[in-house]
Design a protein around this ligand. Structure first.
Ligand code: GDP
Ligand code: MG
Length: 162
């Protein structure tokens, strides 16, 4: 079976948009309202001649007080099955309490993690990602899943772990 790349992060940061960018299709459902992606959805993907399985995550409701735990639990299931993890957050918003909950779980795992700071749609916004070094996940990759910028560098880095 091909190696597995899992995309995790809180709702609405652009995980499904990134998945669509990588598979060059609109198969992953993108919505302006959080929590649309159900469970974990897998897609066959390819980068620079390498086949891998891409996992999009979601499936929680963004309403009640238990959200931190549910987001982290969902991400954990995907992480356990992954060879490399892309943790996505909103690069303009920065790390929220929900993001921190996912990071806490990721730190416990022995899986390689790449930090994608999404929604960096212009070079003027690049400096927004520097504080994300503080998360301890290494270099933050500024990406715009919407425009496709930065996703190549992110995938190049991810492939080194597959
Ligand atoms: P998910 O819940 O993490 O899967 O997020 P979605 O992929 O469904 O995207 C949530 C919202 O963020 C949608 O309105 C997307 O169009 C928007 N979005 C996703 N990526 C980007 C990006 O790179 N830049 C901007 N400006 N918006 C984005
Ligand atoms: Mg989604």
């Amino acid at each position: 079976a091909p190696p597995v790349l899992a995309i995790v992060g809180r709702p609405n940061v652009g995980k499904s948009t990134l998945v669509n960018r990588i598979i060059r299709s609109r198969e992953a459902v993108v919505e302006d309202v959080p929590g649309v992606t159900r469970d974990r959805v897998t897609y066959p993907a390819e980068w620079n001649g390498r086949d891998f399985t891409l996992v999009d995550t979601g499936g929680w409701e963004a309403d009640a007080k238990g959200i931190h735990k549910r987001v982290a639990d969902q991400a954990e299931l995907a992480v356990d099955e992954a060879d490399v993890v892309v943790f996505v957050l909103d690069g303009l918003v920065g790390a929220t309490a929900v993001d921190e909950a996912v990071v806490k779980m990721l730190r416990r795992k022995k899986k390689p993690v790449l930090l994608a700071a999404n929604k960096i749609d212009s070079t003027a916004q690049m400096t927004e990602v520097y504080p994300l070094w503080n998360l301890g996940l290494g270099e933050p990759y500024p990406v715009s899943a919407l425009h496709g910028t930065g996703t190549g560098d992110l995938l190049d880095a991810a492939m080194k772990h597959l």
